[in-house]
Design a protein around this ligand. Sequence first.
Ligand SMILES: [Zn+2]
Length: 292
Amino acid sequence: MALKDLFVKPNQKKKKYATIPTETAKNDVPEGIMTKCPSCKKIMYTKELAKNFKVCLHCGHHFQMNSRERIDSFLDENSFEEINENMISKNPLDFPDYLEKLEKDRQKSKLNEAVVTGIGTVNGNRIVLAIMDASFRMGSMGSVVGEKITLAIEKADELSVPFIIFTASGGARMQEGALSLMQMAKTSVALKRFSENGGLIISMMTYPTTGGVSASFASLGDFNFAEPEALIGFAGRRVIEQSIREELPADFQTAEFLLKHGQLDAIISRLELVDKITNILEIHQPGGELEW
Ligand SMILES: [Zn+2]
């Protein structure tokens, strides 16, 4: 008897599971030096990719960026001053293993939570910035994320400077239940107040912006922008297909689809982002002119 017969019953059919390649398996080129583009499959020097704001040199695919990379690529050098960086989540619902998971993510991402907030300048224009980071709990929105974003909006109000947010999130944080959902209302109220005081809000949706985040602050900007091919949506494709019993178009929930249907103001490539945002910031200053 062969060894494998001990494990497989003769008539058992092989189950058909979709195999999702792991990040390392997908990247079948020497790690570090070279990077393979998941979109066009071409290989390039990681250093050159980084210099190009992590935009593929061949097809323009936007690789995911963490909050540190965003700050470095978007703000003027050394202008960022972080606020509320030490705020950390508790476990209000006593959700099993939640604190351990938070600790693991803190070590792995070197972040205390899934959003980084602070003050900085873009070509000399002062702003308050919030950047969600998918490397911490998939950028999910817990109480601390909501609180830090709210405090950042209030800081922008206090300083009378524009508020810019980069979103990247899997949605509400399930380990915080209803408290997580409350953050949608809290951040929305803060934005409304800021807006009534004349504040400028720019939202930049990046891959992926989903769930309660897409349904609250991500969509409440005076300008709602997205990066090319960003996944933006509320519920997942399968859930929607099952409930409406219709097949959805292939490009459903992409930035391009949302732009075509009037839910976005523009799709902006990372390579042009600083120039375009600078323009918007400058036309909103007294005497500003548009050079879009
Ligand atoms: Zn590519």
